[in-house]
Write a new protein. Sequence first.
Length: 258
Amino acid sequence: MMRLKVRRSGPDGKSVTYVTYDIDAAPGMTVLDALFEVQESQDDSLGFRYSCRGAICGSCAMTINREIRLACRTQLAGLAQAKPMNLRGFGALEARVEWERASEVLVEPLPNLPVQKDLMVDLTKFFEAYRRIRPWMDAREDGRGFSKMSPDDCARVEKYANCILCAACFGSCPVCDKDPEYLGPAALAWSYRFIGDPRVKDLKDRLGLASGREGAPDCEFVYNCVKACPKAVAPASAIRALRDLMEGRGSRLKGQDL
Ligand code: SF4
Ligand code: FES
């Protein structure tokens, strides 16, 4: 038996309550499975997002035991003893309600984004930042299409392209909590994915946005984004590379690693 303690709220995130649900935790059951169990057998009004159930689509990021995780990749068994992420706390991530870690799993929505209902947040702001950094590349002006990349060029930027846009980094970031203008870790990781690509031709515009007040200079290198990312993207590494470029250190084609 496992007890879920779920933060529930009505439309527009209002009327907040914490509701407990006891479920039979089958071996291998994930938090997402448990939410389905609640929805199917106890309360079909419970709202949450998912799609792939396989840590690919990025839809199910939420706060689980006060850490940011993908619900479909987090098994109930052993969660109480799981190695802590050691996220640095900030307002939205800190205690809202008491819970018994040994016997309960606390499930809350992703911080730093408006709650729509229960565990569903409005991702508009997150995707607006992603669109602003122009996550695409235009074909070369000579009309011959894309040029090739060397293996070294690929290695420098490919980990940033592993991002599944789950917003776990955005939800775990204390700067996103306090600065509504900040582009956030994922958008900046994608920004460097293109700035660090030798085929990009509009480098000046891209660097202009990334080095603006809402860009890399706003990062405080707390590294919550690195700890929370389920795909080992390490956005802070890209932000460090952007900062080095802005401050005249290194070449844009020289990667940085934490
Ligand atoms: S960088 Fe990691 S945590 Fe952030 S959106 Fe991409 S996959 Fe999710
Ligand atoms: S349901 Fe797709 S990442 Fe969890």
